[in-house]
Design a protein around this ligand. Sequence first.
Ligand code: GLC
Length: 552
Amino acid sequence: MSDAKTFDQQVSDLNVVHVPWWKTGPIYQIFPRSFSDSSGDGVGDIRGIISKLDYLNNGSDTSLGVKAIWLSPIYVSPGRDAGYDVAEHTVIDSMFGTDEDFDELIAECKKRNIKVIMDMVLNHTSNMSPWFIDSRSGKTSAHRDWYIWSDPKRGGRPPNNWRSWFNGPAWTFDEDSQQFYMHTFHPEQPELNWRNPEVRAACINVMRFWLDRGVSGLRLDVCNVYFKHPDLLDNPRRLGTTVWNRQHHINSKNQPEFHGFLTDLRALLDSYPESMAVGEIFDGRVEVAASYCKKLHMAFNFDIAQQKKWHPRGFQTAISKWDNLLSDEDTWPCYFMSNHDMSRHSSRFGGEVGLDEADACAKVVAAMLFTLRGTPYVYYGEEIGMRDVEIPVDEQFDTGVVFGSRDPERTPMQWNSSSNAGFSSVTPWLRMALDFKNRNVELQESEPNSILNFYRQLSNLRSNSLALLLGNWRPLIRKPDKAMVYLREHQGKYALVALNFTNKKIRVKLDASLPVSQWLLSLSTCRPSDGNEERLEKSFELAPYEASIFGA
Ligand code: GLC
C-alpha cells in the first residue's frame, strides 16, 4: 500500500467538517462467484476478493479509490436464484469460504478504509430454509404463519390474481396441506409474512448479526415488497404489454406498514456509527423510491439505469427529476448504470451506437456517473468496459425467468490474458467473454488512456473536489440533443462537466451564462489535462464523445 494521502486526509485538507463515507463513493458491487477464485474450484470466493482489495483501494490514485464493496449474497443457498434464495441468513456458504475468511475480509478492508455492505434478502427465503421446511410441515407448525399461506378459491384456483415477476402466478399449491403459498419470484423463493412480529424480529436480528460482525452497510433486496395487503386483495387490472404490467401491483407491495418498519430499521442503524442502508425499490416509479429516502440513506433509481436510448435528453430529464426529488438536506441520491439484473451498459449503449464506439461511450457514462450529485455505484468489470457474454441455453444457470437469463452480465472478471483470464486456475462456473485477451485489468493498467485509468482518475478527482462531492447540480442546456453540460457548485467552488453523446465534433451553446470564464481543465478524454487554463464562454467545441471536467 502506498503512503499517499488517504481520502479522509484529503477531505480534511479541503476543510470539510465531515462527509459520511456513503456519500462519497464509489461503492463497488461484487458478484462474488464471478470476481476472483482463490480455491481453484472455478467459483469466486472471499479469499479471492481479499487478494484484489489493493486493486479496489490501495490508498493512492493508482487504484479505483473504492469506499465500500457491496457483496451480492454469500449465504448458504441452493442457488436457484444465484444466492438470492437464502437458506441460512447468518451462515456463509462454504463455496465462498469460512467465518475466518469473512473476518479477515473485514479486517483487510478496514486497513484500506473500505466499508463492507451486505445484501439482505429478507422479502423471501429459499424453500430449503429451515423456517420454510417447518412452515410447510403442517398447518399447526411453529413457523406456519412465517410465510403467506392461503386456501384455494372455488375450483381450486389461486387465492388472488398476483403474478410472479419471473413467470406465472405468484402462488404454488402445496398438496400436503391443501393450501397455496405466495412468491413474487421463483416457487423456490417463498415470501416471508412481514405482518408477523416474529418474522420482523428475526429479520432485524439477521441485520444486527451482520452489523455486529463489522459490516457498515445493508443493501435491502426488493424491500418495498415486504408487506402485502392484509386481505390479499386482487390487484386491479390495467392495460400493459406484459402479463406483469397488466395489473397495478397496489396490494402486493408499497404497503403503509413499510414506513413503520423503516423507522425501526433507522433506529437500529443509528445505534451503529456511520452505518447505512440502501434500498432496492422494486417499482418503476422514482417518486416511490424517493418516498422512502428520508429513512433509507439511499435508494436505487432504475429509471436512469434503464434509459432505453443513448441520448442526453432522456438522461437529463431523469437526473433532474431524481435530483429534485432528493434535494432536502436529509435525503441523498445515488446512481448506477449496471448491475447483476440488467444487461451491462457497454452492451446496451454499445448495441445502439455500434460496438466499435462502446468504449468511447463507456467513458462518457463513467464521467456522468462520477460527477452527479450522489453516490456512484460501479458494477464489477464496468471499469474495463466489460460486456454481456452470450451464454448457450444448455450452459445457463439463471433459468425460468420470462424476461431472459441474467447470466450474460454475470460472467467472470477479466484480470489478465492468461488462461481463464486470471479469474481461476480451472474452467470457471460460467463461460468467460471471448475478448478477455484484449480486454482485461492488466492490459488496461498499462494503457494510459484506458477506461480503467479513466475510472481511477474520475474517482480521485471526485474525492478531491468539494464541488463534485457536495455541490448542487444545474444543467446548462435546457433541451440537450447532442451534449449534456452541467455545473456543480459548492460554496463558490465550481465544476463544469461537458459530455458529448455523439461521434461528431460539435459546438455546444449554453442557455445560461457561466459564473466565471477562466477554468482549469481537471480531466478530459481528449484535451491534454496537465492543468491547462481554458477560457470557456457560452459556446464551445467538443470532440467526438468528449467528456471533460473543468474546475474553478
Ligand atoms: C432482486 C435481486 C435479484 C433477485 C430478486 C429476488 O431484484 O437483485 O437478483 O433475483 O431480487 O431476490
